[in-house]
Design a protein around this ligand. Structure first.
Ligand SMILES: [Zn+2]
Length: 421
C-alpha cells in the first residue's frame, strides 16, 4: 500500500539561509493575514466566501503593488498559506453543523509566533541535507539515511521555527508492504480523568510525568515574561526560555504518545475508542487539561494511521453509546453518572468499579454489542443490552481475542455506528 508519511529533521542553516527561512515564513504569514482580511471583508460586505485558487490569482496582482519582496521568496510559500487558510475556513464553517466539534474562526498570525511555511516542487534530500526551492541546500542536524533508503517521492516540505531552532517536516509517499493482521485481543480505551487513558484490560497509559512537572515551570516562565518590560532585551530572553520549555514539553508528550500508539497498534487486533466529541465534553479551563485535550486528538490521529500500517483496526464508538453509564458487570444502564464520581456503582448488581475502567470495558465490547444489534435490527427491537453483553462480551480480567471473525463490514458498521442507548 502507498501511504503518506512525514520525516522531520532539525535544520542547521547558515546565517544567510536562516534569513531566507525567516523571509519565507514572513511571506507565508503576510499572505495568510492578507487573505484572511480579504475574506472577512467579503463576508462583511455580503459577498460570500472565496477559495484558495481565486485568492491566489488575486494575490498575484496584489503582490506586485504591495509586496515588493515577492521576487525573493518561492511563490509556494504564499500559495500554500492561502491553501491552509482555505482549509481553516472550511473547517470553521463545517464545524457549525450541529453536533460537530467546535473549531474557532481563523486568527491573524503574529510575527515570530509559530513561524512556518510550506513549499512544494523540487525538493531533494542529500545524506545530511535538504534542498529547498529558492533557498538551496541546507544542512540537517541528523542523517537522512532512513528517508533516502525508502526511495520515497517527496510531496512537500514544511519548515517551522521552534524557539531558536528550525525544523523541516517532509511529507513523502512511501510504499509499505501490506500488513498482516495483528494477533491480539480487542481492547477498549477510555480517556482517564487522572491518567491519560485506561485500557479495558486494566492497563493505564499515564500522562507523561515530565508534563505535570513541566507545567509548574511553564507557569513560572510565563510569569517571568510578563514581569519584564515590553520591548526590552530581558523580555526577549525570557520569551525564548519560555518557547524552549514549550518545545520540550511538546516533544516529550509527542514521544510518549508515539510509544503508546505504536505499542497498541502492534499488539491489539481491534482498538475501540470513544468519539472525540464526547471526550471534548470533559473540557475545562485548566492548562494541564488543555494540553491533554490536544494529546487526545493526536492520540486518535496516530492510532488511525498506525492501525492501518500494522494490521490492527480502530473503531470509534458511536457518540450515543453509553460507555460511562453502563455497568460492565451486568449491563444495567444508569440514568446519569456525574463527573465527580470516580467510582461506578451499579444500582442493579451493586458492583463498584473505577469509572474509567468500567467505560473502557464497555468500549471493548462495543463491536460485539453493536454487531449483534445489527443482526437483530430488522427484526424485533433488541432485548436490552444485558443479555448481549453476557453472550458476546469479554470477561473482565482475561483478555480473549473476539470469538467472531471480524470482517471489515462489521467494523465499518460499528465504526459509523448505529444509535445505541
Ligand atoms: Zn451491574
Amino acid at each position: 500500500m502507498v501511504v503518506n508519511q512525514a520525516f522531520r529533521y532539525e535544520l542547521g542553516p547558515n546565517n544567510s539561509q536562516a534569513t531566507a527561512l525567516a523571509k519565507h515564513a514572513g511571506a507565508a504569514r503576510f499572505a495568510w493575514n492578507w487573505g484572511l482580511a480579504e475574506r472577512i471583508r467579503k463576508l462583511q460586505a455580503g459577498e460570500g466566501t472565496t477559495n484558495a485558487m481565486a485568492q491566489h490569482r488575486q494575490w498575484n496582482q496584489y503582490k506586485r503593488l504591495n509586496a515588493p519582496w515577492w521576487t525573493e521568496v518561492s511563490k509556494c510559500a504564499p500559495q500554500e498559506a492561502l491553501r491552509d487558510l482555505d482549509k481553516a475556513m472550511k473547517a470553521y464553517f463545517s464545524s457549525k453543523a450541529k453536533g460537530s466539534r467546535r473549531v474557532g474562526f481563523p486568527k491573524f498570525k503574529r510575527k515570530e509566533v509559530k513561524d512556518s511555511f510550506r513549499v512544494t516542487g523540487s525538493i531533494h534530500v542529500g545524506v545530511k541535507s535538504v534542498t529547498l526551492p529558492r533557498i538551496g541546500e541546507i544542512r540537517t542536524k541528523e542523517p537522512t539515511n532512513k528517508l533516502i533508503a525508502c526511495e520515497a517521492r517527496i510531496l512537500s516540505a514544511t519548515v517551522r521555527r521552534e524557539a531558536d531552532r528550525w525544523f523541516v517536516s517532509l511529507t513523502v509517499e512511501v510504499h509499505r508492504s501490506d500488513p498482516v493482521p495483528v494477533k491480539g485481543p480487542m481492547v477498549g480505551i477510555d480517556r482517564g480523568l487522572t491518567n491519560f487513558a485506561v485500557l479495558s484490560d486494566g492497563c493505564i497509559i499515564e500522562s507523561p510525568k515530565a508534563l505535570t512537572k513541566g507545567l509548574r515551570k511553564l507557569r513560572k516562565l510565563s510569569k517571568e515574561v510578563s514581569r519584564k518590560q515590553r520591548g526590552s532585551k530581558n523580555r526577549a530572553k525570557a520569551k525564548l526560555r519560555l518557547a524552549r520549555h514549550h518545545r520540550k514539553i511538546r516533544n516529550q508528550r509527542k514521544d510518549a504518545l508515539h510509544k503508546a500508539t505504536t505499542h497498541l497498534a502492534r499488539t491489539k487486533l481491534v482498538i475501540v475508542v470513544e468519539d472525540l466529541n464526547i471526550s471534548g465534553m470533559l473540557r475545562n479551563r485548566h492548562l494541564s487539561r488543555a494540553i491533554s485535550d490536544m494529546g487526545w486528538g493526536e492520540f486518535h490521529r496516530q492510532l488511525a494511521y498506525k492501525t492501518a500500517w500494522y494490521g490492527s483496526q480502530l473503531v470509534v464508538a458511536d457518540r450515543f453509546f453509553p460507555s460511562t453509564r453502563t455497568c460492565s458487570e451486568c449491563g444495567e444502564v444508569e440514568k446519569e453518572v456525574p463527573l465527580s464520581k470516580r467510582t461506578f456503582v451499579c444500582g442493579a448488581c451493586g458492583i463498584e468499579i473505577d469509572r474509567d475502567l468500567n467505560a473502557a470495558i464497555n468500549l471493548a465490547r462495543y463491536v460485539a454489542v453493536s454487531s449483534t444489534e445489527t443482526q437483530n435490527a430488522c427484526g424485533e427491537e433488541s432485548s436490552g443490552r444485558g443479555g448481549n453483553l453476557g453472550e458476546t462480551g469479554l470477561d473482565r480480567g482475561e483478555q480473549k481475542p473476539s470469538r467472531q471473525r471480524l470482517d471489515e463490514a462489521t467494523l465499518w458498521e460499528a465504526g459509523t455506528g448505529r444509535q445505541g442507548s
